[in-house]
Design a protein around this ligand. Structure first.
Ligand SMILES: [Zn+2]
Length: 455
């Protein structure tokens, strides 16, 4: 009963008038009050585990207990006990979204107390969603781990401006969630008029952290730069959930001078990684899940600079332990110690999500990846945004937001660039726009493709 009541408050408090919520938000300074004593314990555990955590031992425990209790694994590995990591790497097979979808019920442990679990689906703009269960208390691990990542750049349960997937009534500039300490803006109204309102609000309320998608951080930064606004009070953009591009990092960090602090996660909740405090390299969080980077044959990537697929194993879901799950996201291997801050964790960079989906097709079915179409830096510096739209094979539409420096010469260079990369009979149309297209969940995709990747 109390729990239901608490949930009701959590969900509906945002409806109270802003002045009341602003008052509550200022009282609410202690995260333990909101997330409970388990949050505080887990934060302590994270601090303690920073140098001592043995993720291989943890992995073997998860694997051996899954063989005992989870029908899918019992069927494949009955009677086996995994004793070391080499045996695991050699003998334990991979799974992916399709396998879990087909065998969903077999991935649920016999020992699960279903009342302690929530059902959910992985959201997504690609294909069918995947059904998962996760412990009801899972949010404690999520928040504690994310907060500890953000602490690297000075976050201490500060008020955050959030510009993600909320839609607000037309005349409302922002709403406040005082429990989460969020000042929430409309993620679907991204134009200069609204950015002006956002800026005035965060300045008035002295908000130092802006939590948003990378594409929004970039677009808002373009606005800030164009209007030469004072940004000295903004400490960082806290970003996630989209691929990030060098031109975004360059504009936000080098030209505007705000930290673009990114973290990587996925809806299956197997691997979590956040930027290093001192560089744009990702540290994998060892306590969250077991991380592997593998080549197409499933061998571990050992060579610095090689690219592999991110494979994850859940440490915090005994009811549905996904082991060696291929995420479909790719990254470049940097090392097992951070070369910048020397923390002893797996380090990667250039994460590319949904890599296999980012294909642009010629009429004959051949394709190039969007990465292969990357422009030179000088072109990125004269545009404010770019997006590809492909509705049928052999026709590519390129949406561009021009900067004042953009001229017809740049257009010529662009046409030539794309003609060189694609087949001669592929039709290229450059279309100038004021805004790029957002997905219904507010996310930006570099390529919006109506072509199924399997045909
Ligand atoms: Zn580092």
């Amino acid at each position: 009963m109390i729990r239901r009541y608490a949930n009701y408050i959590r969900k509906n408090i945002i409806r109270l008038p802003n002045f009341i919520n602003y008052f509550i938000l200022n009282i609410n300074q202690n995260p333990t009050m909101i997330y409970g004593i388990d949050y505080q314990r887990y934060k302590k555990y994270l601090n303690k585990s920073d140098t001592t955590f043995n993720s291989e031992l943890h992995l073997l425990n998860v694997v051996n207990s899954a063989i005992q209790t989870v029908p899918y694994y019992r069927r494949l590995y009955r009677g086996m006990t995994f004793k070391d990591i080499n045996q695991f790497s050699k003998c334990f097979g991979f799974i992916d979204k399709d396998i879990v979808m087909i065998n969903m019920k077999d991935f649920i442990s016999d020992k699960v107390k279903i009342a302690d679990y929530d059902f959910g689906t992985t959201g997504g703009t690609s294909g069918k969603p995947l059904q998962l269960i996760a412990p009801k208390t899972r949010y404690i691990i999520e928040f504690a781990t994310i907060h500890s990542i953000w602490e690297r750049i000075g976050y201490k349960f500060n008020v955050r401006a959030v510009i993600r997937n909320h839609r607000l009534p037309k005349r409302v500039i922002y709403k406040i969630n005082p429990l989460m300490r969020e000042v929430i803006f409309d993620g679907f109204r991204l134009n200069d008029n609204y950015f002006q309102d956002v800026y005035k609000t965060i300045r008035r309320l002295n908000i130092a952290f802006i939590h948003c998608y990378p594409s929004v951080a970039y677009e808002f930064s373009v606005y800030l730069l164009k209007n030469r606004l004072d940004v000295s009070f903004i400490k960082a953009f806290l970003c996630s959930s989209e691929n990030i591009f060098d031109y975004q990092l360059d504009l936000v960090q080098n030209r505007l001078g705000i930290r673009f602090f990114n973290f990587y996660g996925h809806s299956e909740k197997l691997v979590l990684a956040g930027f290093c405090a001192k560089s744009d390299l990702y540290h994998i969080e060892p306590t969250y899940g077991y991380f592997e980077l593998v080549d197409t044959e499933g061998n571990g990537i050992k060579q610095v600079g090689d690219i592999g697929e991110i494979v994850g194993t859940s440490f915090h879901n005994p009811g549905m332990p996904l082991i060696r799950y291929r995420t479909g996201d790719f990254a470049e291997y940097v090392g097992d110690i951070c070369p910048v801050c020397h923390r002893r964790v797996p380090v990667i960079k250039n994460i590319m999500g949904r890599w296999r989906g980012d294909r642009i097709f010629n009429r004959d079915g051949s394709f190039v990846t969007t990465t292969a179409l990357n422009l030179h830096d000088e072109l990125y510096s004269v545009i404010y945004g770019l997006q590809y739209v492909q509705k049928e094979k052999g026709i590519l539409q390129i949406l561009i937001i021009k900067s004042p420096l953009y001229n017809s010469m740049h257009e010529e260079i662009l046409y030539k660039h794309y003609k060189d990369k694609l087949n001669k009979d592929t039709k290229i149309e450059i279309k100038y726009v004021d805004e790029l297209i957002k997905q219904p969940n507010g996310k930006f995709l570099l390529l919006i493709s109506k072509i199924s990747s399997t045909n």
